[in-house]
Each structure stands twice: as C-alpha cells, then as structure tokens.
Design a protein around this ligand. Structure first.
Ligand SMILES: NC(=O)C1=CN([C@@H]2O[C@H](COP(=O)(O)OP(=O)(O)OC[C@H]3O[C@@H](n4cnc5c(N)ncnc54)[C@H](OP(=O)(O)O)[C@@H]3O)[C@@H](O)[C@H]2O)C=CC1
Ligand SMILES: O=C(O)C1=N[C@H](C(=O)O)C[C@H](O)C1
Length: 250
C-alpha cells in the first residue's frame, strides 16, 4: 500500500484527492492537513508520498518543509518560476533521505497535457500563435500555470526552429493584448460556470489551427494525480520532475 498524505485537504482539489486516494485499492490515506496544521507531522514513517494542492503564496515553503521531512512530494499548486524550481532542486540535493523525489505538474488532466504537448509540436509550423485560458472566477492566479507552461513550450519550439517574433502591429494597448510570456501573448478569462479550459490559436495566411482542452470537472485531474503518486512510489527518477508528460508514453 502507498501511504499518501494530502496538504490542502479542505480545498477544492484537496477534497477530490482525499476521495481519490480513499478510492484507490493500492493507496491508504495517511494525514489530511490544511491551513494552520503542522506539516512536520508528515514523516517517512507515516507517509510515502505527500500530495500538495494549496495556494501559490505558500506552496514553496510547504514543499521545502516536506522535503526536509524526508518525504516525496507531488505538487499541483501553481506559481512556479525557474528560481523557485531551482530552490526545490537544491533542497532535494541535500535532502535527508537518499534518492528523494519531487514532482510538479501545472496540469494533471490528460486533455490539458496533450494540448500542451501537441502545441509544442505544432509551434514551428505557424507564423502566429496566442494562448487563451478560461477558468472559474474563484481562481486566485492569472494567467494559469498551464497557460504559462504552454506558452513557454511554444516559445522554446519557435526559438529552436529559428522563427522570428510573432507578428503584431499593436501601437496602443490598454491591456487588451494580454500578458507576454516569453513573447507569446496569453489571455485569461474568468467566468462563472467554467472550470479549467485552454485554447491555443495558431495562424498562417489563410488558415488556422485551434487546439483546445476542457476540464469540466475536477475529477479529470485525479487519474494524473494518482499516476504521479504511483510513479514516485516506484520508478520515477530521484530529484525534481516537472510535467505529467514525463510519465506518459508520448
Ligand atoms: N495541477 C493541476 O492539475 C491543478 C492545479 N490546480 C492548482 O491547485 C491549487 C489549489 O487549487 P484549489 O484547490 O482550487 O484551491 P483552494 O483555494 O480551493 O484550496 C487551497 C487549500 O489550501 C489551503 N491552504 C492555504 N494555505 C495553506 C497552508 N499553508 N498549508 C496547507 N494548506 C493551506 C486552503 O485553506 P484556506 O482556504 O483556509 O486558506 C485551502 O483549503 C491552485 O494553485 C490551482 O491553480 C488546480 C486544479 C488542477
Ligand atoms: O485553479 C485551477 O482551477 C486550475 N489551476 C491550474 C492552472 O493554473 O493551470 C490547472 C487547471 O488549469 C485548473
């Protein structure tokens, strides 16, 4: 049995993770902690993998605490920059247990992971590209972690292919052109009724490709979360892995 503790267990995602772990035949729920709880209660004796879904402002501290506790950790919370990822790598390098692992994914839904992957494949074939993410209005961060990851992947693929900057004659902008992530414009919509959605628009003269992923229900993230926990408890490499695509046969 894989012993799993959940951090952020009372949140929208955390509640689903608790149910998913309780419903998994090969897993056992260890601790379910939330804001105000002492994370040092999570130890290698009671937990094989901790799953962290909290808020961007606290996730780094939580992850560093869990690593210092000697526990492997699956992270779904957003807010990760290159600098923060480096801090996790450094913490893992001096972790108390040999071979410790951390896994961070901007999105655990297979539709979103594939949309992100297909977008990097398509990127070099199009002159123009923009990313639109659409979410429920309770989301605290914009743009979404997924949209940032997608834009970064597209930008890297365009750079590797030697493409020039995306054409854009805009001279005045009150903010309507969105946020530039590595030169790719990203737009965020917040609308009651939505859950988590992303659309990537690719354009050439006379043609358009649209890649769209829709998570209608938070249950869509759970197979990916359980897969990550199982991988960390078995054959995932030591150190930090970023992105569920690493655990899929793509
Ligand atoms: N990777 C993925 O596939 C997905 C990622 N996400 C991301 O996951 C994160 C959580 O989303 P969601 O569940 O909707 O958010 P919620 O706000 O519903 O849940 C966050 C929970 O974390 C708790 N919390 C706050 N601070 C701490 C702390 N220091 N220690 C432990 N728990 C704490 C909150 O408590 P309180 O409310 O009392 O502050 C709350 O219960 C977001 O960053 C979101 O973008 C969401 C969906 C999918
Ligand atoms: O807050 C959410 O809901 C989601 N957050 C993640 C993100 O910011 O990419 C993943 C998914 O989009 C849902």
């Amino acid at each position: 049995m894989i012993k799993v503790s959940v951090v952020g267990a009372k949140g929208r995602m955390g509640r689903h993770v608790v149910d998913a772990v309780n419903g998994a035949a090969d897993m056992q729920l260890a601790l379910a902690l939330d804001a105000g709880d002492d994370l040092t209660r999570i130890t290698p004796e009671n937990t094989d993998v901790a799953v962290e879904f909290t808020v961007p402002s606290v996730t780094l501290d939580n992850v560093l605490t869990l690593i210092a506790q000697g526990v492997d950790v699956v992270v779904g919370t957003t807010g990760w920059t290159d600098e923060r990822l480096d801090q996790v790598r450094e913490a893992l390098a001096k972790a108390p247990r040999e071979g410790q692992k951390a896994f961070i994914a901007p999105n655990f839904a297979i539709s979103a992971v594939l949309a992100d992957y297909f977008s990097t494949q398509a990127a070099k074939y199009f002159e123009s590209v923009e990313v639109i993410e659409l979410h429920h209005p309770n989301k605290v961060d914009a743009p979404s972690g997924t949209a940032i990851h997608t834009a970064q992947g597209i930008a890297a693929a365009r750079k590797a292919a030697g493409l020039p900057a995306v054409p854009d004659a805009t001279e005045t902008d009150g903010g309507s052109r969105g946020q530039s992530v590595d030169g790719i414009q990203v737009h965020a919509v917040r609308l009651r009724g939505l859950n988590a959605h992303e659309e990537v628009l690719f354009g050439n003269a006379g043609e358009q490709l649209t890649i769209r992923a829709d998570s209608f229900d938070r249950g869509s993230f759970m197979p990916g979360v359980l897969l990550a926990a199982r991988k960390l408890a078995s054959d995932a490499p030591a150190g930090l892995t970023v992105g569920l695509a690493n655990f899929l046969d793509l």
